[in-house]
Design a protein around this ligand. Structure first.
Ligand code: KG4
Ligand code: ZN
Length: 330
């Protein structure tokens, strides 16, 4: 059994967790920054980096105290090394390096996307490689065949905005504030998903790529017409995203008969309507559907610790001079 401390700071959540190779989550904490960014209607990188500086060390102390452990009990330290807002990534990675150096433990530089991609295996011991992954977050929208630790085949990506970005921009233009995804989902519950005619970009095309920019512009035009209730706009937008994700995933599922399961991860996977529609799709393809619990979908330290645990088990550690990377495709 190996115990990993995981650190996450690539966007607007500061997070730390202790996870072992037996899938036990000994402690995990997330400190959000919503109050700091809300006045600006989105994440301000400089404010985020400063908030990570203030919060990360106390969070590490807190998770160790929660678990009744000391740094010396940890076997390795995993930190997000990218992709993300570079100031924040540097704060987490430098903290991880300092702890690794001070405690004389190995460092594992984790790709944030790999954290999301492997997170379903933390809570589902049965989930075996290869699996088809729909990774939908604020910065990414991809379909990946996860063949093993460090072995990811990208089948599709977005040609413009990510799904979470579309939620955030739509929330902003509907005046629903930040963070956008949960706000759109909440108000969509009171709306009619078929009230506003909106496009489904790329639906029906042969390659399973995504596009959301045209959808967002169409929502903006519909909102400007003044003919629709905000709840109907939100519900119709959400339905259009659901239809795009389902159609694109359908193409990928048909192309991946070897995939043992259809898995969704990333912040947008917290959306109830999206989860339900994707579960239906998996069922139609007679494939297991796996979605991590909601807290594990949005950014957190446990997914970084778990990706660290998987990498450590595969003998993958990193030197202390490993660089932070703002861009880092899987
Ligand atoms: O994975 P994540 O926490 O951070 C990134 O790595 O990007 O994803 C954040 C994204 C944001 O765009 C947020 O609006 C979206 O996930 N999100 C949601 C929901 N909760 C978070 N989108 C739709 N419905 C939700 N309930
Ligand atoms: Zn993320």
């Amino acid at each position: 059994m190996t115990l990993i401390l995981g650190l996450e700071s690539s966007c607007d959540e500061t997070a730390a967790a202790l996870v072992d190779t037996n899938r036990r989550i000994l402690a995990h904490r997330v400190a959000g920054q919503e109050a700091e960014h809300r006045p600006y209607g989105g994440v301000v990188p400089e404010i985020a980096a400063r908030a990570h500086v203030d919060r990360l060390a106390p969070l590490v102390e807190a998770v160790l105290a929660d678990a009744g452990l000391a740094l010396a009990d940890v076997d390795a330290i995993a930190a997000t090394a990218g992709p993300g807002l570079i100031g924040g990534v540097m704060v987490g990675l430098v903290t991880g390096k300092a702890l690794a150096h001070a405690a004389g433990k190995p460092l594992i530089a984790v790709n944030h996307l790999e954290g999301h991609a492997l997170s379903p295996r933390l809570t589902d011991a049965e989930l075996a490689f290869p699996y088809l992954l729909l990774l939908v977050s604020g910065g990414h929208c991809q379909l990946l065949l996860v063949e093993g630790v460090g072995a990811y085949r990208r089948l599709a990506t977005t040609i413009d905005d990510a799904a979470g970005e579309a939620f955030d921009k739509t929330a902003k233009l509907l005046g629903l504030g930040y963070p956008g995804g949960p706000a759109v989902e909440r108000i969509a519950q009171d709306g009619d998903p078929h009230a506003v005619p909106l496009p489904r970009p790329l639906v029906g095309s042969a390659e399973p790529h995504f596009s959301f920019a045209g959808l967002k512009s169409a929502v903006a035009r519909a909102a400007a017409s003044g003919e629709h209730r905000t709840a109907d706009l939100a519900a119709s937008f959400q339905q259009a995203v659901v239809d795009c994700l389902v159609d694109r995933s359908r193409i990928a599922l048909a192309a991946c008969p070897r995939a043992t399961a259809f898995v969704v991860a990333g912040g947008v996977a917290a959306n109830g309507a999206i989860r339900t529609a994707l579960a239906d799709l998996a069922h139609r393809f007679d494939r297991r559907f796996v979605a991590p619990p909601l807290w594990l979908c949005t950014d957190n330290g446990a997914m970084i610790a778990w990706a660290g645990a998987e990498r450590f088990a595969a003998g993958l550690t990193d030197p202390l001079d490993v660089a932070a990377r703002p861009r880092w495709p899987l």
